[in-house]
Every structure is written in C-alpha cells, then in structure tokens.
Design a binder for this molecule. Structure first.
Ligand SMILES: [Zn+2]
Length: 77
C-alpha cells in the first residue's frame, strides 16, 4: 500500500521540473557548441567571441583595469 502511494506521488510530481531539465540540456549544448579561440593578448586557449577574443584571465584583468580607471577618474561634473 505504501509503495503504491509513493509511486503515485512520483508520477504526478517529477523530482526535477521539466524547465530545469531543458535549461540543463541547453547549457550543455551551449558549452559544446561554443567555439574557442586563442586569446589575443596572451595566446592562451579558451577565448570566445563573447569575451572579445580574450581568455578568462585577460578578461578579468581588463574588467579590473576598467574599475581602476573608473576609480582614478576625478569627478569633473
Ligand atoms: Zn589571455
């Protein structure tokens, strides 16, 4: 009796929601389909068009450099 009740619950309420499965499938596909290039700064593999042909290291350096510049620029207004 107890097993049957559990089965009924499982079929009505899937443990993983279908939307989540869809998202997971898409992200896996994206990772596989994403073409990588050589970083235009340091030449390391892993650069993408989305990251402006920069590897993640150079991209992070660039972002932190931007932040520094923003902090150094005096407010002229
Ligand atoms: Zn790089």
């Amino acid at each position: 009796m107890r097993k049957r009740a559990n089965l009924k619950v499982n079929t009505q309420q899937p443990v993983v929601p279908p939307e989540f499965l869809e998202t997971a499938r898409n992200s896996v596909f994206e990772t596989k389909a994403k073409k990588t290039y050589r970083c235009r700064v340091c030449g390391a593999d892993g650069a993408t068009e989305q990251s402006e042909m920069l590897c993640w290291v150079c991209r992070r350096l660039k972002i932190s450099a931007w932040r520094e510049i923003e902090q150094q620029v005096p407010l002229s207004e």
